[in-house]
Ligand binder design. Structure first.
Ligand SMILES: [Zn+2]
Length: 496
């Protein structure tokens, strides 16, 4: 089985913050889940470089635009590394391959009769890189960015978006093109029912962008350009063998502010170009601090290089994935993060691992023989193993991780009930071995199951248990004998 999953490529004019990171973490978790099960997974991320804001920013810095984007590529890659994002493809829209893909899609859409010349008149938000309807503007400012919109009147090329309203509605309502969560799907459906206007897909005499082949004075509109990256990333149009292996895309993960581009304009472009639609679009909410997106007032909290060293990457990943079902906004604060850190990570998981490992060392010099795995714990692990694929196909990552934590808590209760220290005191070595074996077997499975969410911690725990491979999860058998290696504290006390 193949699984092709994409993030929205990010504008290259600013450093990424945790809101961008959240999207990458969602995709990375889903990708790791399928990779762990032996799927041929491709995870795409990258940079959207033809934005007017990128051009302006490079100018401010007195840099050639491409040079500036080269620097930003390093910045983004460093941040993704700091969040343990294991992407397979990093695309840049200024690459020759991408320019070629954009021009090819344009040719196909044009050949299909969906391009015409017209005059655009209206208001434009430079931060959104989009035209704004009157209902989206308040006091002359974009409702999302609170910056002034510009009035534009120019001759452009238009795409007959309005032709595709019915087809897209049918594809959404039949479930062939899935939009999650459902309330986002309903928003798109009602927007579609209100009717679609044709879309201007070029800019007259723009200084920066991809050339329109038959109109030398025009460049492609950034969204027409950017959406096509999902095709370029897997080889369109030159490597059609690879392209047809991974397309249609299984999942686009995007933010709520760009849902119309992905759920209306993008499928219309594909329909016109004669290319299959992606299977699903998953729309996530924003990460907020003090009720706001990253801004001067929210300060450092949403900066990965501030928060990750303080709490560890896995704590940040865990918090974002656990705190809210995908779709809702996440209210991020150090207080809430440290609560989760202390309770779920240090107390539940860290404590379970630490005491099991140290008892195995104390009572058996680290060697715990094969025994009966406590039925109650084993059944719980089994039920999680069987429900997890459903949770992942419904993108219920928060439910999945809560479910795994149930078994962690049960294992801690099991320790209290079996009181292995008492068994040791009474010299009941067979029972003691059984207790520790049951705990180790449970911990091993907890590590496998938590791997997509908190990969660092998972690999560390497995290494304490003497296991160095993350083989496809279905093949893992009962361990014959545990040989515990040295361990370290997983979740140290937080500094004040
Ligand atoms: Zn805006």
């Amino acid at each position: 089985m193949k699984y092709y999953i994409t993030n929205a490529i990010k504008y290259a004019n600013d450093e990424p913050h945790l809101g961008h990171g959240y999207e990458e973490i969602i995709s990375d978790t889903i990708a790791r889940f399928y990779k762990q099960r032996g799927c041929d997974v491709l995870l795409l991320t990258g940079l959207d470089e033809h934005s007017t804001n990128v051009f302006k920013k490079a100018k401010e810095k007195n840099l050639d635009t491409i040079k500036y984007c080269d620097q930003m590529e390093d910045v983004f890659k460093k941040v993704w590394k700091s969040l343990d994002i294991n992407y397979d493809i990093f695309i840049r829209t200024t690459s020759d391959a991408h320019k070629k893909a954009v021009q090819e899609i344009y040719k196909r859409i044009k050949a299909n009769g969906d391009i015409y010349e017209g005059t655009y008149k209206g208001n434009y938000c430079d931060s959104c890189e989009a035209y704004k309807e009157q209902s989206e503007i308040a006091d002359g400012k974009c409702g999302i960015h609170k910056v002034s919109v510009r009035f534009i009147e120019e001759t452009n090329l238009f795409f007959r978006l309005s032709n595709y309203k019915e087809q897209i509605l049918i594809l959404i309502q039949s479930g062939k093109f899935k939009i999650r969560p459902d309330y986002r799907k309903n928003e798109i459906v009602s927007f579609l029912k209100g009717g679609l206007k044709d879309l201007s897909i070029t800019r007259l005499k723009a200084p920066w962008g991809i050339d329109v082949p038959d109109h030398k004075d025009q460049k492609f509109y950034i969204w027409f350009d950017a959406l096509i990256n999902y095709l370029t990333g897997i080889g369109f149009p030159d490597n059609l063998e690879q392209f047809s292996k991974y397309w249609p895309c299984d999942l686009h993960v995007i933010g709520q502010d760009i849902s119309r581009f992905h759920c209306i304009i993008w499928p219309a472009m594909l329909l016109s170009a004669g290319i299959e639609l992606p299977s699903s679009v998953l729309i996530h909410g924003f990460v907020l601090a003090h009720g706001e997106k990253l801004s001067k007032t929210t300060g450092n909290i949403l900066k990965p290089d501030y928060i990750c060293p303080k709490f560890g990457i896995d704590a940040v990943r865990y918090f974002l994935l656990r705190e809210s079902p995908i779709g809702g906004d996440i209210d991020f604060s150090e207080g809430k993060l440290s609560e989760r850190y202390k309770r779920d990570l240090a107390n539940d998981l860290g404590n379970l691992v630490q005491r099991t490992v140290s008892m195995a060392q104390r009572y058996f010099q680290g060697r715990v023989e094969n025994s009966t795995w406590d039925r109650f714990l084993a059944d719980h692990v089994d039920s999680i193993k069987s429900i997890l694929p459903t949770y992942f196909s419904n993108f219920q990552l928060s439910d999945a991780v809560s479910k795994i934590w149930e078994v962690i808590r049960l294992a801690n209760t099991y320790v209290e009930q079996r009181a292995p220290w008492q068994q040791a005191k009474e010299g009941k070595l067979k029972e003691l071995n059984e207790t520790l074996f049951s705990l180790l077997e449970t911990i091993k499975w907890v590590s496998y199951l938590t791997y997509p969410f908190i990969p660092n911690t998972s690999v560390k725990i497995l290494s304490f248990l003497g296991i160095n491979t993350l083989i496809p999860i279905e093949n893992e058998l009962k361990t014959n004998e545990y040989s515990i290696k040295t361990s370290e504290l997983l979740f140290p006390k937080l500094d004040k």
